[in-house]
Design a protein. Structure first.
Length: 221
C-alpha cells in the first residue's frame, strides 16, 4: 500500500498520458478503500517472481458497514486513510495496535496516528489499553445507530469533493466573488484553498471570470 514499483516505466507513462491510469500508485489503495467501505474483506495479495495475483472476495461481512461509513464520511469528510482504517475496524470485534498496523502494512504502531487520530477524536473509534496492547474497536451500537458525537468539519475536505461544491455554489449564485463563495461553502476551509480551487476551475474551463483582481466575479460558462 505504500510502495510504487513500475514494471514498465514507458507503458505507465503512455497510459498516464492517455488518461487511462494514474502514475503515483494509488490504485491498490483505492481497491482497499472501496472494498472495506462496502463491507467486503480486504484484498488478498500473492506476489510471485513473474506475476501478481489479487483476490477480491464477493461476500459482504457486515452489510451495516456500508451505510455506517457513508454516513460517517458525510458527517466528517473522511480521508481515504480514515475510510480504510474505519472499514477494517468495523469488520472486526477489535484489533490491537500491532494487528492494525500489520493490516495496514505500516512499519510501526507510531505510524497509525494519521490513520486513526481523528477517528478517535470524533469517537467513531474507541480504544482500550496502552502501547502495543492498545485495542481499537467500533462500538456495535454506534455501527447500528450512526449516533455520531461532534460536528462536521470541512478543514481537510478532499479536492474531488471541494471542486463540485464550488461549482454548485456558483451555479446557484452567479457572478460571485471569491469571498462570497468562501462564506457559503465554508469558512473553516482556508480562503487560500478556495482561491486555488477557483483558479483551477477557471483553467479547466468550468468557471468563467469577469473583472480584474479583487473585483473578479465568477459564473458558470
Amino acid at each position: 500500500m505504500h510502495t510504487t514499483v513500475r514494471r514498465n516505466e514507458h507503458l505507465a507513462r503512455l497510459f498516464h498520458d492517455l488518461r487511462l491510469m494514474e502514475r503515483e500508485g494509488s490504485g491498490y489503495d483505492k481497491i482497499f478503500e472501496v472494498l472495506l467501505s462496502h463491507g467486503r474483506p480486504a484484498p488478498e495479495l500473492v506476489e510471485g517472481h513473474d506475476r501478481v495475483q489479487v483476490t477480491i472476495r464477493r461476500r459482504i461481512l457486515k452489510p451495516e458497514i456500508i451505510d455506517f461509513i457513508a454516513k460517517a464520511d458525510e458527517a466528517f469528510q473522511l480521508t481515504q486513510r480514515e475510510r480504510i482504517a474505519l472499514g477494517l475496524l468495523a469488520q472486526h470485534d477489535a484489533l490491537t495496535a500491532r494487528e492494525l498496523a500489520a493490516q495496514l502494512e505500516l512499519p510501526s504502531i507510531e505510524a497509525l496516528q494519521p490513520w486513526i487520530k481523528r477517528l478517535l477524536e470524533w469517537q467513531l473509534v474507541q480504544s482500550a489499553g496502552r502501547t502495543q496492547a492498545t485495542r481499537y474497536f467500533v462500538d456495535p451500537a454506534l455501527l447500528r445507530s450512526h449516533d455520531f458525537i461532534g460536528g462536521t468539519t470541512l478543514k481537510r475536505i478532499e479536492p474531488h469533493r471541494l471542486l463540485p461544491l464550488i461549482i454548485e455554489d456558483v451555479g446557484r449564485y452567479p457572478e460571485s466573488k471569491i469571498g462570497d463563495i468562501h462564506k457559503r461553502v465554508g469558512l473553516e476551509i482556508p480562503r487560500s484553498r478556495i482561491r486555488r480551487s477557483v483558479e483551477q476551475l477557471v483553467r479547466d474551463g468550468r468557471l468563467k471570470p469577469e473583472g480584474v483582481r479583487s473585483g473578479t466575479r465568477y459564473s458558470l460558462p
